[in-house]
Design a protein around this ligand. Sequence first.
Ligand code: NA7
Length: 541
Amino acid sequence: MLDAVVVGAGFAGLYMVHLLRNRLGLSVQGIEAAQGVGGTWYWNRYPGARCDIESQLYCYSFSPELEQEWNWSERFPAQPEVLDYLNHVAERFDLMRSFTFDTRVVGADFDETTDTWLVCTDGGARIRARFFIAATGNLSAGRIPDFPGRDDFRGNTYFTGDWPHETVDFSGRRVALIGTGSTGVQLVPHVAQQAAALTVFQRTPAYACPLGNRPLDTEAMARIKANYPAIRQREWDFPGGVIFDDVRPSALAETPEARQHFYEQKWRAGGMNLWLGSYEDILVDERANETVAEFIRDKIRTRVENPDTAEKLTPRGYPFGAKRQTLEDGYYDAFNQDHVELVDVRTTPIECITPDSIRTADRDYLVDDIIFATGFDAFTGSLYRMNIRGRGGRLLSDHWAAGPRPYLGLNTSGFPNLFFITGPLSPSVLFNMPRAIEQHCNWVADCIAHLLEHDYRAIEAEPEAEQGWVEHVREVADATLLPKADSWYLGANVPGKPRVFMVYLGGCANYKKICDDVTAAGYQGFALTPTTSPDTAPTPG
Ligand code: NA7
């Protein structure tokens, strides 16, 4: 029997295996569906795929040596560079040998007689382990909507979250692209450059802001390296762990002129500056939000030459930032080219896909290729497809039928010794992911070390603590504008999914403190089962 099974070889799985095997000396088996490490960065290799958090933030902080030896080449790293980085990390910490690749977990059952997990893979392996850790990522279960006739299409189809490894050449082809979230917005200029015709099918226009990418030269990288300790400290001063200069409290407290000037400055600064680094009240006050929303709408009108297209691209009816901020580099300019067309599927919905076209309410668009940039079954999709069963054989998806409910996002009642890394109801995607991952993995490793040291065989969230956390997450979210858009944060992009805000918005430092306080109070809200008396009921932590 193993100490732990870790599923996933992205940022989370790699670091989790490193901690458990290299630091705690435990026996660990990593399982990964892809043929290599990388997680999100393995699968999302579409042209233009790029991280939109600054490279010096979007990396591990646990090893000062790693920080010093790795050089980032751009402010925002492109997918191949992030993947290289993760391969480097895997080799540097000798992690590859702990993983089985090209293998999916198809079942995980908690055995109440032994307090162990039996993990089954599509390769037929059955692995028994004390701890089962889902480092499966928040955006790894891809979702292509069930358009009628989709399978009848005779041309090529692509899903951005499972992009081919070989180069795809769109030269001379008529391409359809469905979806204008972060992915579609990144992809459009690249496909437009090659394709003979590009038709973009948009459901909700994005509030896309300039990315502001630039190369990092040797001097810039040297400055970053010299400052890493200060950068790491400062990250915790910002709710999302991303550093900004000059964040102001209220858009409404300033004159329209001062506000316009400030927005302009933030627009030019690029990245998430307008979203998370301008005025604090734009994400809690609708009137404040409208000031920045209108600023962005103006920018779109200036960038896009055709007034009809500009109007279609202009977002309305939901607050700026309530959906994940999209960052662009040439997106709006692409629509100034004659061979790029925009179809608003809210006014002319896609009715079906025929063997050679996409049919909307008013016409057929003849195409050779279709790209689906239609997003993910976020947070829970990757967990549910593992068929996790806890006490009494209860499926995780049944326990969470009304929405996910893990205590602190880390563990859920009835599923002892199962940990989620950046699971639902934790800060996850609204906290710089590598830092969110490190914080969770550190907490889980400390917890496992504590259980082993003090002879506990199981840990499990108490139902009351779980319920309290569900309510707290909801209250915090409801005090903001974020639940006011149909976003994947809420599960709104998946028909039938319960509408629950799945991200904890209390800020990363607060959240870390809550987790640390729980630990300091002897794992308050968790029940711990002593090893010595197997028949003893769990004791409150
Ligand atoms: P997103 O942000 O979920 O975007 C998916 C896009 O696909 C979005 O524009 C959707 O419109 C659109 N979509 C989804 N279903 C349909 C249907 N049925 N018809 C038309 N259009 C549809 O996923 P991304 O991959 O772009 O980004 C995911 C995250 O990766 C991103 O936020 C970053 O964190 C990195 P909708 O907005 O739902 O109306």
